[in-house]
Design a protein around this ligand. Structure first.
Ligand code: THU
Length: 130
């Protein structure tokens, strides 16, 4: 799949976002090392803190399907400029795929790639016990 196709997937799933509070619709498409793609959209909640971003929904779907290696993530929002992952999602991405390519799309369909060093400088990292 090309970068353009992965961005198109993120834009497609963006239309399924449940965002009645912000009106800000986000889609994410996550490519695994085996070439499979899992998607996610943001799901909001009236108890705002329970809202889950599109990126974490995509990772959750892939992890639940048994995937552990990820190579590319495309993120697309309904408005604004290039949609870059929020802080919580950056920590999540750092946890599961620190070397992943992140394509931040604009509503019009263009994108810019987030550099690996831009993802989460001085990241918090906990020692793994398992
Ligand atoms: N949101 C995402 O889904 N991903 C991001 O990277 C930024 C924010 C969602 C969360 C919330 O539903 C809405 O966008 C506004 O913050």
């Amino acid at each position: 799949m090309t970068d353009k196709e992965l961005v198109a997937e993120a834009r497609r799933v963006r239309d399924n976002a449940y965002a009645p509070y912000s009106g800000f619709h986000v889609g994410a498409a996550l490519e695994c090392a085996d070439g499979t793609v899992y998607t996610g959209c943001n799901v909001e909640c009236g108890s705002y803190g329970a809202t889950v971003c599109a990126e974490r929904m995509a990772f959750g779907a892939a992890i639940a399907a048994g995937k552990r290696e990820f190579v590319r993530l495309a993120v697309a929002a309904s408005e604004g400029g290039f949609c870059t992952p929020c802080g919580i999602c950056r920590q999540f991405i750092f946890e599961l795929a620190p070397d992943i390519r992140v394509l931040c799309a604009s509503p019009e369909g263009g994108w810019r790639e987030l550099g690996r060093e831009e993802l989460l400088p001085n990241a918090f990292e906990l020692e793994r016990r398992e």
